[in-house]
Design a protein around this ligand. Structure first.
Ligand code: PHE
Length: 443
C-alpha cells in the first residue's frame, strides 16, 4: 500500500507497543496469578519466561510485521508465499484468539469503570446507583462492557497516529508514577509485610507444572504475543528503527509495571486480610480470584483518608486508559485485515467487528461461571503460546535466514556481527519451540 500509516517517532512506537503490553495483564492478571501460585516462585518463573521465551518471540513477531508492512494475513503470506492458504488460516487463528481475548478483557475493564464511577455517584448522593456499579451482576457487567467497547471503537476509528499514539504517549509515565506513590503508602500499613514476604521470598514447594504453564501464558498475555497484535504494530514501525532494542525496551517496561503492580497488590491484599477480609479459603485457594484485586483497591483508598478519593479516581482513570491502549491494539488486528483484505473503510470495519465482539462478550457475561474462566485459559494459556510457537517456527525454519537478517539490519546495520544475531536465529529456531513443547508436556 502506498501511503500506509506509520508511527511518527520511535518513542511514539515504543509507547504504543508498551501501551498494548501494559494493561489488565499487569495489574489484574499478574498479581492474581502470583497470589494464587505461591508469590515469589511465580515471579521467578515469570521473569524467566519473559526473557527466555517471550522477548525473542516479540522480536520475531515484530520482524514479520515490519517486513510485511501490511495486515497480518498478507505479512504472513510474504514470509511463506507458497503456502498462502495455510498462512491465511494462521492469521485467522490469531484474529479469532484476539477477538476472544477482547471479549473477556472488555468485561474486566468494565469493572474498572464501575469502580471509578461508584465513589463519584456516592459523593453526589446517588447511593443505590453506586452500589449497583460495584456489585457483581450480569446487567451491570453488560452495560459497563458495552461502554468500554464503545470507547475502544471510537479510538480505533481514528486510526494509528491520531488515535493510538496520542493516547499512549501522554499517559504511561503518569501511571508509573502513581503506582510508585501507592506502593510507598501501602508498605506503611499493618499487614503489608506479609504480602511482601509472600511476593519476594520464594517457597519452592509451590513449584508445579501448572505454575509453569500459567507463568508462560501470563508472559505471552502480558507482552501481547501470539495473536498478531505485535505483528500489526510492527507493520507500522519505521524501517529505520532498531528492532531488537525497541523490543527490549517494551519488554522491560512491561515487566517493570507488572513487578510494581505486584509490589502494590499483594501487600494490599494482606492489609485487607489484616482488616478482616477473607482472601484465601482453607485449602489455600484465592477466593473470588476474578474480582478480588479490584475490590481490595477501593478498600485501600478508603483507608487513605481524604486524599483517598482523589488517588482512587486518578488510579482508575489511568488504569482504564492503560486497558484502552491494550484493547485498541486488539481491535486493530481484525480491523486492519478487514481494511486491507476486504477493502473496507476503517469506519465500517470498526463497527461490525466491534459489534460482533460485543455479542461474544455478552454471551460470556450471561454465562459467566461456565465461560469466563474457560475463555481466559483457552486463549491465554493455550492459543497464545501455540500460535506464538507457529510464528517462531516460521521465522526459524521457513523464512530465509538472509531475509530475516536484511529486515533486522534496516535499523541495526551492525546486526550481522553482533552477539544478538549469533544467538537469536538459533534460539528462535530450536530453543523456543523445544522449551514450549517441554512446558506443555510437563502438564
Ligand atoms: N498485554 C495486554 C495486557 O497485559 C493484553 C493483550 C493481550 C493485548 C493480547 C493485546 C493482545 O493487558
Amino acid at each position: 500500500m502506498a501511503n500506509r500509516a506509520q508511527f511518527s517517532s520511535r518513542i511514539g512506537f515504543i509507547l504504543a507497543a508498551a501501551g498494548s503490553a501494559v494493561g489488565l495483564g499487569n495489574i489484574w492478571g499478574f498479581p492474581t496469578q502470583a497470589a494464587s501460585n505461591g508469590g515469589a516462585v511465580f515471579l521467578m518463573v515469570y521473569l524467566l519466561m519473559v526473557f527466555a521465551l517471550a522477548y525473542p518471540l516479540l522480536v520475531a513477531e515484530l520482524t514479520i510485521g515490519r517486513y510485511g508492512s501490511a495486515d497480518p494475513i498478507t505479512s504472513l503470506r510474504k514470509v511463506w508465499p507458497r503456502q498462502k492458504a495455510l498462512m491465511g488460516l494462521v492469521g485467522l487463528a490469531g484474529m479469532i484468539a484476539v477477538s476472544l481475548i477482547l471479549s473477556f478483557y472488555a468485561i474486566v475493564a468494565g469493572w474498572l469503570l464501575g469502580y471509578l464511577l461508584a465513589p463519584i455517584c456516592e459523593a453526589v448522593g446517588l447511593v443505590s446507583l453506586a452500589h449497583w456499579l460495584e456489585a457483581f451482576g450480569s446487567g451491570r457487567n453488560l452495560i459497563l462492557m458495552l461502554v468500554f467497547m464503545w470507547l475502544t471503537v471510537m479510538v480505533v476509528r481514528n486510526g494509528v497516529a491520531d488515535g493510538i499514539e496520542k493516547w499512549s504517549t501522554r499517559l504511561m509515565p503518569v501511571l508509573l508514577l502513581l503506582f510508585v506513590v501507592m506502593v510507598v503508602y501501602i508498605l506503611t500499613q499493618d499487614g503489608a509485610w506479609n504480602g511482601l514476604k509472600l511476593y519476594l521470598i520464594p517457597d519452592f514447594s509451590h513449584l508445579s507444572p501448572k505454575l509453569i504453564v500459567s507463568a508462560m501464558g501470563q508472559a505471552f498475555f502480558s507482552l501481547s504475543l501470539g495473536v498478531c497484535t505485535m505483528m500489526v504494530y510492527g507493520s507500522y514501525l519505521s524501517k529505520s528503527a532498531n528492532l531488537p532494542k525497541t523490543a527490549a525496551q517494551v519488554a522491560l517496561l512491561d515487566t517493570a509495571v507488572a513487578f510494581i503492580a505486584g509490589l502494590l497488590i499483594l501487600p494490599a491484599m494482606f492489609v485487607a486480610q489484616h482488616n478482616g477480609v477473607v482472601i484465601y479459603d482453607e485449602s489455600g485457594a484465592l477466593l473470588a480470584s476474578d474480582t478480588l484485586v479490584f475490590s481490595v483497591l477501593p478498600t485501600m483508598f478508603d483507608t487513605m483518608g481524604p486524599v483517598g478519593m482523589i488517588v482512587g479516581i486518578l488510579f482508575f482513570v489511568l488504569m482504564i486508559i492503560a486497558a484502552l491502549t491494550s484493547s485498541i491494539s486488539m481491535l486493530e488486528v481484525p480491523v486492519s485485515c478487514a481494511i486491507e483484505e476486504l477493502n473496507q473503510r476503517r469506519s465500517t470495519a470498526v463497527w461490525w467487528i466491534g459489534g460482533l465482539i460485543c455479542v461474544i462478550s455478552a454471551i460470556i457475561v450471561f454465562n459467566f461461571d461456565a465461560l469466563f474462566g474457560r475463555v481466559v485459559t483457552t486463549t491465554t494459556a493455550y492459543a497464545q503460546p501455540i500460535i506464538g510457537m507457529i510464528f517462531a517456527l516460521l521465522v526459524g525454519w521457513i523464512w530465509h535466514r538472509n531475509k530475516v537478517l536484511q529486515e533486522i539490519r534496516k535499523g541495526y546495520p551492525a546486526v550481522a556481527s553482533s552477539l544478538f544475531w549469533r544467538i537469536w536465529p538459533w534460539y528462535v529456531r530450536i530453543v523456543c519451540p523445544v522449551l514450549m513443547l517441554l512446558v506443555f508436556f510437563l502438564q
